[in-house]
Write a protein that binds this ligand. Structure first.
Ligand SMILES: [Zn+2]
Length: 343
């Protein structure tokens, strides 16, 4: 098969479009003929590598993908050749106590597709059947692939972990990233009022298109916590979605007493200082999570395929030009999800 792979960690130049053996579906596995893949920040981080990440080279990036079932391993019962599917990249072992309790994103042997396991920048991938969601006929592969990782992540964080209620006010820090735009849409769907702080007008336009009620332009309003306070009658917001991390000092100010701060990542870098007095003084609950459960994935994909949630799509590149696609992501130019068209 054709795939975009790398033999060593490094910059975008290590990515090469090459031939790689097509995987064989093992027992309980389904071979998917991929038609679309979507990019995520983690792709770039994996390509660069980090201490302790030991991959079997060459590695193939990509957590998100959609396509058709091409072959079935022994014992597969839920799918037929030709079914259109989207992939859930959250790989639980299916056997440990957490997986058996339905908390497979807490799996003791947890993996993310494309991170520690070869991913979707390829024509084929083989996965256990529980990782697949059947798409309705004619549902767009790019939309499905673009939604899978970020919508399950945002849904699990806001709804399952964050217990978001109708009428609450949510502040989303960041206007155009995949999880943030999904969070805006899901918060609106849940009946919340949504305030978004973004870096410029172009990115805020995406947030507005996703349903944001109030926009704050960070390039004009550096101390956006103050603006949030003003907009909430000096009360603060019920929930902050902060996946930047380095913005916690402002998020701590913007959240109301007894409010929640939801976090699924750290686009601002892994280490920063916080003033702990805010946490106890304001009774702040800090809620972290990663990906979602199989149940949450099905729930959110039902809404995506019903058209109730719809990811913002940026540009599509041919698979062979994955390097240019990642460079666009690294330059932060995207307004929505970047996808790959797989020949
Ligand atoms: Zn497990």
């Amino acid at each position: 098969m054709k795939a975009v792979l790398f033999h060593q960690h490094g910059g975008p130049e290590v990515l090469e479009y090459a031939d790689f053996p097509t995987p064989e579906p093992g027992p309980g596995e389904v071979l998917v003929r991929l038609r679309a893949a979507a990019l995520n920040r983690v792709d770039v981080l994996v390509r660069r590598g980090w201490p302790g990440l030991n991959l079997e080279m060459p590695h193939i990036n990509g957590a998100d993908g959609a396509g058709e079932v091409a072959a079935l391993g022994e014992g597969v019962t839920g799918f037929q050749v030709g079914d259109r599917v989207v992939i859930n990249a959250n790989l639980g072992c299916g056997k440990c106590d957490f997986c058996l309790a339905g908390q497979d994103n807490l799996c003791r042997n947890w993996h993310l597709l494309g991170e520690t396991v070869r991913g979707t920048y390829a024509q084929y991938v083989a996965l256990p059947e529980r990782q697949l969601y059947k798409l309705p006929p004619d549902f767009d592969f790019h939309t499905a692939a673009a939604a899978a990782l970020v919508y399950q992540t945002a849904w699990h964080s806001l709804i399952t972990r964050g217990n978001l209620r109708p009428g609450e006010t949510v502040l989303v820090v960041g206007a155009s990233g995949g999880v943030n735009t999904a969070s805006i849409q899901i918060a609106k769907f849940a009946g919340a009022r949504v305030i978004v702080v973004g870096s410029n007008e172009k990115k805020l336009a995406v947030a507005e298109a996703m349903g944001a009620d109030i926009l704050i332009d960070r390039s004009k309003e550096e101390n956006w916590a103050k603006a949030v306070y003003r907009l909430t009658d000096r009360r603060g917001v019920d929930v902050v979605v902060d996946n930047v991390g380095t913005t916690y000092p402002l998020s701590f100010r913007a959240v109301r007493k007894g409010g929640r701060i939801l976090n699924v990542g750290n686009t601002g870098g892994p280490k920063f200082e916080i003033d702990n007095r805010y946490i106890f003084g304001k009774h702040i609950t800090l809620i972290g999570s990663t990906m979602s459960t199989l149940k949450d994935f099905r729930e959110v994909m039902d809404l995506v395929t019903a058209g109730k949630l719809k990811p913002a799509l940026d540009k599509t590149f041919p698979l062979a030009e994955a390097r240019a696609a990642q460079e666009r992501l690294e330059r932060n130019e995207q307004l929505g999800k970047i996808t790959l068209d797989i020949p």
